[in-house]
Design a protein. Structure first.
Lengths: 367, 367
């Protein structure tokens, strides 16, 4: 099977960034995970825009201390009042604490997340050793981000970087858009997709005069978490939503999937490295190829996964057996993909681009 | 309580249109319901764009015959092959047939709808006696409408009518957009909102150079079915999604809600007649007022419902105790609202606009 001939080289420095490398936002908080980073080249550096998940240190064994944005906080207030803590009684029989990431009521409604995420810049010249900002680069803001911001993807167009991310609140999980030219000042551009939607990745150039974006609705009642595509004249307004690529029964990607990395332009098509999960919640990365001129057309899709959780930092962790990538860079004939490992750490892997393209071409002739 | 002073005049012709008034699409099919109609003035007539829900006649007591779009149908094929029938064994223990509208598997996933809806034009000079087209005006089309099209709302801008509707398929419930200038030829303009979303209503004019649309995401896991607002430069692409108006615990609208009628311009603001349901699934219509210049700002909202299912045709029917309106017209100082009664028939009600505005002003001074 030709797919097995793809060499997967994990970095010898993996995991590149772990929670202990990140300074928490407050002295009495702890970083639970640093993962699912957006990736960009900026000047002569590789930038990671890290998702940092934190919570108040759990000092009381009878209670869960849950962090949320303090919506009463005013512009003049000190940074200390941006967040606040809610104390939840663990013995409350009406609560379901079985998922370490969320607190649900007995009907399955999510009441709180156990951590809150912000985004933080890390910089590197070699793409392996990163210097991490001491403070949050982008904090959640406003009612529709009061439970945090997560999983950024960065698309460069000229000097401008477009960041798509999940905006989480009790109103749902929507897709937000932030722009920057220097990774030190950021402009919030509003929500570009209504809830529930995630895993949005903007293509790095206009195609036939239109911008395109992959996204992953999570339908309620009817439908499954699969990949859709939309188009836009201006990046701000999106329409012509179409279904792109779905789950495959009995495969590694039979339960949920999402865009993964920002699409990579190759001569033969847009290379899409996407995540898929099976019923055991094992998240792998796979590869597909979209038409260069008609990106709503899937021209090839690998049968098996490209990268499977195998290393110790991938199979154990806060939420184990997860490889979840939001971005990659191309360096020579290698694709360097940065990924969240088990919702805990950031790691990188290098894959030969010609080998991936060979495997995709092989799946094309089969299909 | 001033809200009780609003006179509600149901038409003496109610229900205006019932299933027996509608010719089914095929001789061996039956019309289950005609309801949730879009409303427009066209030339000197009132147009209703009816949702017609049909199914094959149930001739076999052991099976449910379920209609779906025949996706293998080609352009040259006869109209008979547009739909096909799937036969479901009622004794299959893996199926949940408890909801008359859907067939679910034991995990609660919807497998089929028991009926398929298309849209059909009805015309009237007096707004009470309607002549209904013999054949479907707009049939579902393509993979993303293979389970039907539902709940149209019509917004007139100049000579052009913009129809938003629910596009249903196994991929989910999304919002589609169709335009017409004459209600005999229709142009499909694509999906403007990804699943799960419903109850989209476009404002009848641009406000500050932008178009606005109310919509109702159905978030999965986190969030509730509440009303959001989006904006657009061209009606085709939508962004800047914001939360507008939410459920009220312990009220008549504490479980789900949606935009209802296309917003009606008044001197004091945009009058929004919206639907809300409580935990018993009783659907009523209520009223709110949005700022004329900033339609994302709710300036008043009536405490109680405006119209409650009370008449016999509203309290019994296919899915009983439902009043669900997609449109209304203003005639003198009366708002004539057309609504689906119990997912069965179309009815109309007349309400004094000044009285509604008084009640809204009263709720404003309270709030």
């Amino acid at each position: 099977m030709i797919e097995q001939m793809i060499e997967i080289q994990r970095s010898s420095c993996n995991p590149l960034i772990t929670p202990r490398d990140v300074t928490p936002s407050y002295p009495d908080w702890e970083v639970l995970g640093v993962f699912n980073a957006g990736v960009a080249r900026y000047q002569d550096e590789i930038i990671l825009l890290l998702r940092v998940a934190e919570r108040p240190r759990q000092t009381d064994p009878q209670h869960v201390l849950v962090p949320v944005l303090n919506l009463d906080c005013r512009d003049g207030d000190s940074v200390e009042s941006v967040m606040k803590t809610i104390s939840i009684d663990k013995s409350d029989a009406d609560l379901d604490l079985s998922d370490p990431r969320v607190i649900r009521d007995c009907s399955g409604n999510t009441l709180y997340l156990t951590s809150i995420s912000h985004l933080r810049v890390a910089r590197s010249r070699d793409g392996q050793r990163f210097v991490i900002d001491e403070k949050p680069s982008i904090l959640p803001e406003g009612e529709l981000e009061s439970w945090g911001i997560e999983d950024p993807r960065i698309t460069q167009m000229g000097d401008r970087y477009h960041i798509t991310y999940s905006a989480i609140s009790e109103r749902g999980v929507a897709v937000g858009w932030i722009t920057t030219e220097d990774f030190s000042t950021f402009t919030r551009e509003g929500l570009i997709l209504a809830p529930t939607n995630k895993d949005a990745a903007i293509f790095p150039e206009a195609i036939g005069g239109k911008y395109y974006m992959l996204h992953r609705p999570v339908p309620e009642g009817i439908g499954k978490p699969e990949i859709w595509i939309a188009e836009s004249p201006d990046l701000r307004h999106w329409g012509n939503h179409r279904f792109l690529m779905g789950l495959r029964e009995g495969h590694w990607d039979d339960t949920r999937m999402g865009a993964g990395c920002v699409p990579i332009k190759t001569e033969e098509g847009w290379l899409l490295l996407y995540h898929g999960a099976d019923q055991s919640q094992r998240y792998c990365m796979g590869a597909a190829l979209l038409s260069l001129e008609e990106p709503d057309r899937v021209i090839a899709r690998m049968e098996g996964p490209l990268i499977v959780p195998e290393a110790e930092y991938e199979t154990s962790g806060f939420f184990h057996s997860v490889i979840f990538a939001c971005g990659a860079i191309v360096s020579g004939d290698q694709v360097i993909m940065y990924y969240g490992a088990s919702d805990d750490s950031v790691a990188s892997v290098s894959v030969s681009l010609p080998q991936v393209m060979d495997a995709l071409n092989h799946s094309k002739t089969k299909g």
